[in-house]
Ligand binder design. Structure first.
Ligand SMILES: C[S@@+](CC[C@H](N)C(=O)[O-])C[C@H]1O[C@@H](n2cnc3c(N)ncnc32)[C@H](O)[C@@H]1O
Length: 855
């Protein structure tokens, strides 16, 4: 296995360790004295000392017993879990200015922040690192960065304000994504190519989906699109909105967002792409080249950024998720092409959610899959091998083998949770354990709502008072030897917090070798039959709705509520700026729901399309499903609208090259938006959204045009403006309503937003602007007064504007205007600045910011 072990942890000195113990003791004492009811537990949220408990003896006991770190590393491991997580972020490699952003970090920020490090010495010293910011060594091309400041420090410290503002702005405009460092790892092991069809099974809030989109778009020629696509799925509709917001910043026409239970992700039909040209493609089941299976988990790898987990953690959390995780992974493998790769990952350290799932997947799949040894990939990433022996803890008992599981717990604790995965005859179960350990004697595996009510909160069954008593029960079963897996689980990767100052993560990489059926899993089906009458009522509604389709579901008492799982994602949710989040919800849900009501009625279980009927069948219905959640995506070809738009902008015949423009209406009369969908997406949609098909789509396509009326409400020749997301794609094909502005005028438009024709610095430009047709136009920056029309390429800088009766207004949000001004400043400076005289741009940055702020 590649990668070093435990560098950081072993270096810690004794003094630090002592300091750490004292600190923990203080927190512990303070919490106890502040909360009179919590006599045997650290649990409190009312302490004046700090908002959260930072100790959970059940957690410590559990992981010590599982030997996930060596004994002499234990203090270092715990110590780092108490430290806030340093911030990390990625540069979007398909953003227009990504190289400028990278060099701004490599030079400007690295120098200035490191120079200020003296002032910040306390902050930085606390992390044990010398640099204020540094690129993550294992991430390709210096595109991911680690900053030694936690998000709280960034928010609170004035010295860091400029850097913080930079991060906020670039995140908002999609140039960077703030993301926990370890969470960036799984997509890197997928070996994605631009032509790949990818499935992200549990995708919200979407930081990894964003990475996958970047990967397929990376080497695509300007103005063209990759042949591949991403289907990003999540069970939770609200979180799908976050996912849509996150991925919208990527401006991709190669994405479909769906809302399914991953374990029942539907089989889609698709035409054989190689035969598509002839129009005779055979219809096959859609299989994916790559699958990302970043499953819901107990999330204890995110303790550093979500310290509330200290209070909530119990061993039952992982037990309760194990079977769902196996099901999701198995469905992922079923949808994977032969030769394709699937990455299984969690942000949990629990072997029951990690190695046990991988082992079960290997057992069920027999020779048809291989767990890959990827130790030579990303050699700078410090990782540890997966473990081959572990125990299961259930209701205060340590269980070394399934045969030790008391009869009454055999529905909740299944054979696949153990290293050998073997089933034993029920008769061998030690009944007497029920007597020594009656179920109500502790609360592990209890459902979270009942935990909240118990006086000691139930989480710390191993807390000081109860520890001795439980330890008697908690020693590994005398009846059994500890099982050791004979599967190559050392090929899994464990990333631990103290190795490189991160959170914890688990990753396994599979390759599908053949489509052979899974091996016998009847022992598991046996479990199912027994528990079918006990289907959960604690999981998300969707699971219950589809209960007839279930194979195996976690039992009631082991299922975590949706809040306590997926904590990685939950805490990632605040990546999105709140105002933008609200904006997304408005744009995406409300508009969509209106369409739903306006256009669809259900008859005999099928949906009938009113708008289609009202147009006498003229509009060709592209897709429709029974899904009545967020978005039935009523898309259709509206030749009349689309050809009037083409005529107005002089969009050349070669567009839409391989993809398709489709319209979406928000009332029966008028189209509101026009979307562009890539050929790959089109191919999937064609066959999977006809009436009766099941793909539940919440978002699709790249918005290219949007209905817009002039301020005065007067009608214009074309009532559709080019959307900022669609502009880069359309730009090479637009021949009318396009003008080339000098740097001075371009900047003024960004600064002042509206400029009268007579007020442009370049009077000829003002004249030309006045001659445009009223409505939307595109203004391209003409550096250095070249003869127009300019060649359009990836370096072209352009914005959408509105030509009114007397003026031109920029149709760019204030944040985007400010960002673009900043980028112009950096970009032109970097170019050695032959344009310095023409420009004088940087002096006016302050004016610009002021103008934007007041506009
Ligand atoms: C660990 S988070 C995923 C994080 C995401 N991959 C990212 O990088 O941003 C797990 C996600 O699984 C979703 N989820 C939970 N149960 C699911 C199921 N049965 N099917 C699909 N998604 C599920 C949750 O809503 C949550 O968003």
């Amino acid at each position: 296995m590649g990668g070093g072990r435990g560098g950081g942890g072993q270096k810690r000195g004794r003094t630090q360790r002592r300091h750490f113990r004292n600190h923990r003791d203080n927190v512990w004492k303070k919490n106890k004295s502040d909360d009179s009811t919590a006599t045997t537990t650290t649990t409190t949220t009312t302490s004046t000392w700090g908002p959260f408990a930072t100790q959970n003896l059940a957690f410590e006991n559990y992981y010590k017993e599982q030997s996930i770190v060596a004994e002499d590393e234990w203090d270092a491991f715990l110590e780092i879990l108490l430290k806030p997580l340093p911030a990390a972020f990625r540069i979007n490699s398909s953003a227009q200015f990504f190289e400028d952003i990278r060099s701004q970090l490599e030079t400007d920020f690295m120098n200035s922040l490191n120079a200020e490090v003296v002032a910040l010495i306390l902050l930085v010293a606390d992390s044990g690192e010398a640099d204020a910011i540094r690129p993550l060594p294992w991430y390709p091309d210096n595109l991911a960065w680690h900053s030694n400041f936690s998000r709280m420090q960034l928010r609170k410290n004035q010295t860091l304000e400029r850097f913080h503002e930079f991060l906020k702005r670039e995140n908002e405009t999609g140039n960077i994504t703030r993301q926990e460092a370890v969470s960036m790892v799984p997509p890197l092991f997928l070996d994605v190519h631009p032509e790949h069809f990818l499935l992200d099974m549990c995708a919200a809030p979407g930081s990894k989906t964003f990475q996958l989109l970047e990967m397929i778009h990376q080497s695509t020629e300007f103005g063209l699109l990759p042949a591949g696509m991403v289907i990003a799925n999540d069970l939770d509709v609200q979180r799908c909105n976050l996912l849509i917001h996150q991925t919208k910043r990527m401006c991709s026409a190669n994405l479909i967002v769906t809302n399914h239970e991953a374990q029942h992700f539907p089989s889609c039909r698709v035409k054989d792409v190689s035969e598509m040209e002839t129009g005779e493609g055979r219809i096959n089941e859609l299989m994916f080249d790559r699958v990302l299976c970043d499953v819901p988990c107990s999330g204890d790898g995110t303790l550093r950024k979500a310290p509330d987990i200290w209070r909530k953690w119990n061993a039952g959390m992982g037990n309760g998720l194990h079977r769902l995780q196996v099901q999701i992974a198995m469905r992922g493998l079923a949808l994977l092409k032969v030769g394709g790769r699937m990455v299984y990952s969690t942000c949990s350290m629990n072997p029951v959610e990690n190695e046990a799932v991988v082992a079960e997947v290997l057992r069920r799949s027999g020779e048809s899959i291989e767990l890959l040894d990827v130790s030579i990939e990303l050699p700078e990433l410090i990782r540890r091998p997966g473990i081959k022996k572990w125990k299961v803890r259930d209701r205060g008992l340590w269980l070394a083998s399934y045969k030790d599981v008391p009869k009454h717990r055999r529905g909740a604790i299944v054979p696949s949770m153990f290293p050998s995965g073997r089933t034993y005859d029920v008769e061998t179960a030690p009944d007497n354990l029920e007597e020594v350990n009656p179920p109500e004697s502790n609360q592990e595996n209890a459902n979270p709502s009942s935990l909240e009510k118990t006086p000691d909160n139930g989480n710390n069954v191993d807390s000081e008072q109860g520890l001795e008593q439980l330890e008697n029960l908690a020693t590994p079963s005398e009846a059994s030897e500890l099982e050791v897996s004979d599967l190559p689980l050392e090929r899994c990767m464990r990333i631990l917090p103290h190795d490189q100052n991160t959170g914890a993560f688990f990753i396994a990489v599979f390759q599908k070798l053949s489509s052979a059926a899974a091996v016998d899993t009847s022992h598991l089906s046996g479990q199912l039959t027994k528990r079918q009458d006990e289907l959960p009522n604690k999981l998300a509604d969707g699971i219950i709705e589809d209960a007839h389709m279930l194979e195996i579901e976690p039992p009631v008492d082991d299922a975590n509520d949706q809040q306590s799982i997926c904590s990685e994602a939950a805490s990632d949710a605040d990546l999105a700026d709140k105002s933008l989040k609200e904006d997304t919800l408005k744009l995406d849900s409300s508009g969509i729901c209106e369409e739903n009501e306006a256009d669809a009625t259900e008859t005999n279980g099928e949906i009938e399309n009113k708008s289609e009927m009202s147009k006498g069948g003229k509009r060709k219905l592209q897709m429709q499903g029974r899904w009545r959640g967020v978005d039935p995506v009523v898309l259709f070809q509206d030749e009349a609208t689309i050809s009037s738009i083409r005529a107005f902008y002089g969009i050349s015949e070669s567009f839409p090259f391989e993809g398709q423009l489709v319209a979406r209406n928000d009332d029966a009369q008028r189209v509101k938006r026009i979307y562009y969908i890539s050929k790959s997406v089109q191919n999937v949609l064609k066959l999977n959204l006809q009436v009766g098909q099941q793909l539940k789509i919440t978002s699709i396509g790249l918005k290219t045009f949007e209905r817009q009326t002039s301020k005065e409400g007067t009608s214009t020749k074309c009532g559709y403006r080019v959307s900022s997301e669609g502009l880069p794609l359309l730009l090479p094909y637009i021949t009318k309503q396009i003008l080339y502005a000098s740097l001075a005028d371009f900047k003024h438009l960004l600064q002042y937003r509206t400029i009268k024709f007579a007020d442009f610095v370049d009077s000829k430009f003002g004249e030309k602007a006045s001659e445009l047709m009223e409505g939307c136009c595109v203004i391209v920056l003409n550096h250095g007064a070249q003869a127009s029309p300019l060649p359009i390429d990836a370096s072209t800088i352009a914005i959408g504007c509105w030509k009114g009766k007397t003026n031109v207004s920029a149709m760019v949000s204030p944040t985007d205007s400010q960002e673009l001004l900043e980028r112009l400043c950096v970009h032109l400076e970097k170019k050695g600045n032959s344009l310095a005289q023409e420009n004088n741009h940087c002096d006016s940055m302050a004016d610009a910011e002021e103008a934007v702020a007041t506009s």
